[in-house]
Ligand binder design. Structure first.
Ligand SMILES: Nc1ncnc2c1ncn2[C@@H]1O[C@H](COP(=O)(O)OP(=O)(O)OP(=O)(O)O)[C@@H](O)[C@H]1O
Length: 259
């Protein structure tokens, strides 16, 4: 690991500079600087094709940038693999946390608690007593409001509850930073409200970066919003500011709606 550069020592957990991703010469993300403050909820929004997913995949290391650098807690992770980034505390929900449909909800979380992260084993080793493991698993289920579903098979869960289980299995890795890719997509109003509450709860002492299309969820949860358009940052700030920005309004109107 490189020595932490001084600019990332302050309050930023992530410091990405000049991020660029080209696909056969087409720049999906162009020279993006993204700093994410510790213990905040940060949303990436923008119209269709703005580069949100590409940017998210760059930060989570699912894509290699064509140019630019990414530091996490002062470590240069520009060329680090996702599993090693997870070991450094940045975990993407659904990355390591695919659920097993024919196991119970409790079993799914117990497996997640015993899962190796990167090339080091998680705190919960194979020798950890079953009781301790069960207690911790039940605590995680309580955190995501799934206690009453503990003995159900994962496959039987309603959609919104499945996403909550995926978040529980991600939290089992005790991430310092959690990345959520469209956490409320495909949900009805009730599940959206419950998921927004859940995100707020799990954000305590954690940093969250999410790509989210639902602007009321974004408005409700985010400390900072980065608005992307055509691969570039249009503006950044709290919802009260970015929602008034004429360029943001135009970018959304121009593509026929908020996404
Ligand atoms: N693997 C790829 N190969 C070629 N072009 C790509 C690839 N991935 C993304 N793009 C292009 O890059 C641009 C940005 O795509 P991206 O998926 O990051 O946007 P987005 O903001 O997430 O859009 P949406 O809201 O529609 O999901 C688009 O023009 C897309 O067609």
């Amino acid at each position: 690991m490189n020595a932490p550069p001084s600019q990332t020592k302050g309050d930023d957990i992530v410091d990405a500079r000049g991020l660029t991703k080209e696909f056969k010469g087409f720049a999906a993300v162009k020279d993006v600087d993204l700093r994410i403050r510790r213990h905040t909820i940060h949303a990436l929004i923008g119209p269709n094709g703005a580069g949100k997913t590409t940017c998210f995949n760059l930060i989570t290391k699912f894509l290699e940038p064509t140019r630019g650098s990414i530091h996490l807690n002062g470590h240069d992770i520009t060329r680090t693999k996702p599993a090693d980034v997870a070991r450094l505390g940045m975990v993407r929900s659904f990355q390591i946390s695919a659920t097993f449909p024919h196991l119970t909800v409790l079993e799914n979380v117990r497996i997640a608690l015993q899962r190796p992260v990167g090339n080091s084993f998680h705190f919960w080793s194979a020798e950890t007593s079953l009781d301790v493991l069960n207690d911790r698993a039940m605590q995680l289920l309580a955190d995501v409001d799934l206690t009453s579903y503990a003995r159900h098979l994962a496959v039987e869960l309603p959609y919104g509850r499945k996403r909550a289980l995926e978040i529980a299995t991600t939290l089992a890795l005790e991430p310092e930073m959690l990345l959520l890719d469209e956490p409320t997509s495909g949900m009805g109003r009730e599940d959206i409200a419950r998921t927004a509450d859940l995100i707020r709860r799990v954000s305590a002492n954690r940093t969250i970066l999410m790509v989210e299309h639902n602007l009321s969820v974004v408005a409700d949860l985010s400390d900072t919003i980065t608005v992307l358009a055509r691969g570039e940052i249009l503006t950044e700030g709290p919802y009260s500011e970015v929602s008034k920005n004429p360029q943001v309004i135009e970018a959304y109107m121009g593509t026929g709606g908020a996404h």
